[in-house]
Design a protein around this ligand. Sequence first.
Ligand SMILES: Cc1cc2nc3c(=O)[nH]c(=O)nc-3n(C[C@H](O)[C@H](O)[C@H](O)COP(=O)(O)O)c2cc1C
Length: 160
Amino acid sequence: MTDIKDMDPAQVAGDYREFTLRYHDGKQRKVLVTEMEAPYPDGRLIVSCADPQGVITHANQSFVDMSGYREDEIIGARHYILRHPDMPPAAFKDLWVAVQGGKKWQGYVKDLRKDGGFYWVYATVIPNVRNGAAVGYTSVRRKPSRNKAQEAEALYPTLF
Ligand SMILES: Cc1cc2nc3c(=O)[nH]c(=O)nc-3n(C[C@H](O)[C@H](O)[C@H](O)COP(=O)(O)O)c2cc1C
């Protein structure tokens, strides 16, 4: 598994705010966040797979393009590389309870790019179950409707 590094100001486009995120495994990193939204392209799905520990094992070209990371930075990283400070932890608790319980989870997620910008997705995360055990997880993300992304943008700050 690759170690998580602080975000690099040289990679960030424009003015940014700085946050320190602490992740579930005790690691932390400094993230630099701008107000620059990358619009979700029409007709594309952002797909990634993770092993049972949540380490990314596969990411498609749309994942690479939207996140701004190179493929070799993504494979072996954890999905929290995309965690945006505006996302309430409760959303991810809900996600993990669902998929570890063998159920799918769907929700609106604001993802953080390598350049400090963000993009909204509508994610469906499913456990890949073999002989009753989760052998990994897959997330397929679609373009969210404008209204739903705006609703989530208004709701999520109230969930902290
Ligand atoms: C298949 C899969 C896809 C995920 N996709 C994302 C994602 O796009 N953005 C994100 O912030 N977290 C995603 N997560 C959740 C992260 O694993 C993590 O729980 C979240 O970023 C919050 O970090 P924390 O659990 O360390 O607090 C995904 C998890 C799984 C299993």
